[in-house]
Write a protein that binds this ligand. Structure first.
Ligand code: NAI
Ligand code: UGA
Length: 437
């Protein structure tokens, strides 16, 4: 069977490869000519472990074709997956302009029945708009079914998550169309939930909001640990052993970022507001996350007695390790806040600056290597827990920094060792207790 995928970012490319692995013939459409050229040559426009070799395999087999010609993509299949971006607008609502553009393109190019499957994360009610956009662009009335099939992958483990999902969610107002999409996954063994479109979309938003809330919750408890000298890791593992709560997403730190949590939480709050529903818990999770940056920087400022003439070394710019994605990265917010309070910043990341030579961070000294960033610095500030930061020679760091201050935004460094070497070390909620080494 043939499948078309429109939009080749993280989700589109992974979806295309997942369908190839399941034995389908896929045409994937990308409008950005630079990205398209890379994909056609078997090169990924983003960093994602494991995907490169699969990309080359399916390009060679001919099971995957990338094109910039949307008409070719639409003609290829009766099933068209939409995987374009849905970024935030300033009021928190979702920018649906990419979805609208693709919908109109589908309508204009359509010459027979299509099942249009929205994999992008879109607000409830979007399906009706998509139906209208497609209908208005059609040259003559043609049948179309709308299905939603939200994506739950994490960057850094995109392929694994897509091939081994906890569940597949399919929403449609037409049971036959839902069944057609369900059958695409017949070889997968996970639960498949078939429901209406709004319910399917709300499963996606609720999952992301719940995970983000879990992190904000543990971060808030981390502040209580700091105040009373309790240990957050022990609190988290003690709580997480309750199977009703579970151990995941309880790692306290500088807060959540990335291309989806911030925008999906903002969109959910916006959907509530549009209907007079004040989503207090989700709003608080968002607020705690925003305040977390200030919580760390207040500590920094206090320890250094002000940031004027001080240099802060930022370790890790991507929003999490093993990705070059800097969308809504906490590091960028930390840099802006340090600079706003008068400090100077040096930054190191093992991947971001190599992958994005175009990235400009005004006033920031970009370090060539880890050592270069800490020399003469007043604070080693870890934001992203890249593996290589766990192998640092702290004896050397002690000799080369100006002030022996370490802030650990991910609670991953060996607190006891650093303190015994003479560093003033702060994570969150790590004052006392048995710190795991
Ligand atoms: N990035 C992630 O980890 C996850 C993202 N999602 C959702 O999936 C959607 C896509 O996310 P990403 O892949 O990160 O977005 P992205 O912005 O990285 O990629 C979208 C791609 O679509 C292309 N595009 C836009 N309009 C097009 C058109 N008319 N024709 C052809 N190509 C077009 C863009 O050039 C871009 O390459 C979003 O709604 C996001 O919320 C869901 C789960 C995980
Ligand atoms: O909708 C999406 O785009 C995706 O958003 C997240 O995936 P992702 O953004 O790739 O990254 P996560 O691993 O969830 O991490 C998000 C942020 O939370 C932070 N985090 C995560 C876990 C934790 O315990 N503590 C914590 O601070 C990470 O550092 C990161 O900044 C969800 O985990 C995916 O299921 C979802 O599909």
């Amino acid at each position: 069977m043939n499948i078309s995928v429109i939009g080749c970012g993280y989700v589109g490319t992974t979806t295309a490869l997942m369908f190839c692995e399941l034995g389908y013939q896929v045409v994937a459409v990308e409008k950005d000519s630079k990205k398209l050229a890379m994909l056609q040559q078997g090169k990924l426009p983003f960093h994602e472990p494991g995907i490169d070799s699969l990309l080359i395999k399916h390009l060679h087999r001919g099971s995957l074709v990338f094109t910039g010609d949307i008409e070719e993509g639409i003609a290829h299949s009766k099933i068209i997956y939409i995987t374009v971006g849905t970024p935030s607008l300033p009021d928190g609502s979702s920018d649906l302009s990419f979805i609208e553009e693709v919908s109109r393109q589908i309508g204009a190019a359509q010459n027979d029945y299509k099942a249009v499957v929205i994999k992008s994360t879109v607000p409830l009610g979007t399906v009706d708009k998509v139906r209208e956009w497609i209908g208005k662009a059609q040259k003559r009335p043609l049948p179309v079914d709308l299905v939603v099939n939200p994506e739950f992958l994490r960057e850094g483990s995109a392929l694994y998550d897509t091939m081994h999902p906890d569940r597949i969610v399919i929403g449609s107002d037409n049971p036959e169309a839902a069944e057609t999409v369900k059958q695409l996954f017949h070889s997968m063994s996970c639960p498949i939930i078939v429901t209406d479109c709004n319910t399917a979309q709300l499963i996606k938003y609720t999952a992301n909001a719940f995970l983000a809330t879990k992190i904000s919750f543990i971060n808030e408890i981390g502040r209580v640990c700091d105040a009373y000298g309790a240990n957050i890791e022990e609190v988290a593992s003690g709580v997480g052993l309750d199977h009703r709560i579970g151990p995941h997403f309880l790692r306290a730190g500088i807060g959540w970022g990335g291309s989806c949590f911030p925008k999906d939480i903002a969109a959910l709050i916006n959907m509530g507001n549009n209907n007079g529903i004040n989503l207090l818990i989700v709003q608080s999770a968002q607020q705690v996350n925003q305040d977390q940056i200030g919580y760390f920087i207040d500590r920094l400022e206090g320890e250094l007695h002000g940031l004027n003439n001080k240099t802060v070394s930022i370790y890790g710019i991507s929003f999490k390790p093993e990705t070059d994605d800097i969308r809504e990265s906490p590091a960028l917010k930390v840099i802006a806040e340090v600079q706003r309070r008068g400090g100077t910043v040096a930054a190191y990341d093992p991947m971001v600056f190599d992958k994005h030579p175009e990235l400009k961070l005004p006033g920031v000294r970009v370090a060539r290597n880890m050592e270069d960033a800490w020399k003469g610095s007043d604070c080693f500030f870890l934001i992203t827990e890249w593996d290589q930061f766990s192998k640092i020679d702290w004896g050397q760091v002690m000799q080369e920094m100006r002030t022996p201050l370490v802030l650990d935004g991910r609670n991953v460094l060996d607190a006891r060792k650093l303190r015994s070497l003479g560093f003033r070390y702060y994570g969150i909620g790590r004052k006392t207790g048995i710190i795991h080494e």
